[in-house]
Design a protein around this ligand. Structure first.
Ligand SMILES: [Zn+2]
Length: 253
């Protein structure tokens, strides 16, 4: 079993061991996201942050005092949980006279850094909302373009020019809307031309529109700036990056 299957396995096991409070009942569902610590020296994996959820409040529910959580999608809750884990570890390191299994402390810069042997992996049970949810549909596990390439006609006539029938290619749709002030908008045309990709989107949802951007956009930001956020960056020598992202496959069919 490769590391990514192990990451999925321990994430689901960790969730199943949690008490029932707050978990979906039989007729409900949710999305689960975790961050897994990978100790390269000990060759071990451990779930250090976890979040579930699919809700995001609309613009009219937002609090001017900042005391209502805007974005409760699993990926975002999980990242909040990871920040709490980092604060806890920093506090524990200070309490132990700046000694920690996880962190090093530099007495010159007075900042912390992650020990090199640790990497962090992100796991989620669903593709993040936004751009990541826009991808080509597959039939029987084979994408429509691959079906064309593998058709018998081409196998028996390998020199024949491959003509892909893009009329048969389709993509998954998302309710995540492009920012109105952005440079591009979805054309909402047929098949692959329904969406554009590479633009910032707000989270999908009906009713009161949200101002929170999609999980794809937030994850893209973490990939460039690190997952620690601006406040923690004052305490860290360098950003903390996610080493890999694993999205669970649907194994029910
Ligand atoms: Zn999301």
């Amino acid at each position: 079993m490769d590391i990514y299957n192990n990451i999925a396995k321990i994430s689901l096991q960790h969730f199943s061991k949690l008490p029932k409070t707050g978990k979906p009942t039989e007729n409900e569902w949710t999305i689960l996201s975790t961050i897994v610590k990978d100790d390269r020296k000990m060759n071990s994996l451990e779930v250090v942050a976890l979040g579930t959820g699919t809700k995001c409040i609309g613009v009219n529910q937002m609090s001017a005092n900042g005391d209502i959580l805007n974005d409760s999608h699993a990926e975002i809750i999980c990242r909040r949980s990871f920040l709490k884990y980092l604060y806890f570890e920093i506090k524990a390191c200070i309490a132990k006279n700046y000694k920690s299994d996880l962190l090093d402390f530099c007495f010159v810069t007075k900042k912390f850094s992650m020990k090199h042997r640790f990497k962090f992996h992100f796991f989620t049970t669903h593709v993040p909302c936004g751009d990541a949810a826009i991808f080509q549909k597959e039939e029987n596990g084979i994408s429509t373009t691959e079906t064309d390439i593998c058709s018998e006609n081409i196998v028996h006539n390998p020199m024949k020019k491959i003509k892909l029938d893009y009329k048969n290619v389709d993509i998954y749709r998302t309710g995540a809307k492009c920012l109105p002030q952005g440079p591009l908008a979805d054309p909402h045309d047929t098949s692959v031309n329904f969406h554009v990709v590479g633009v910032i989107r707000t989270k999908p949802g009906r009713g009161d529109p949200t101002l929170s951007v999609s999980c794809s956009d937030k994850i893209a930001k973490w990939c460039y700036l690190g997952i620690q956020g601006s406040l923690l960056s004052f305490l860290l020598v360098k950003p903390i990056y996610i080493n890999s992202f694993t999205v669970a496959a649907n194994t029910s069919s």
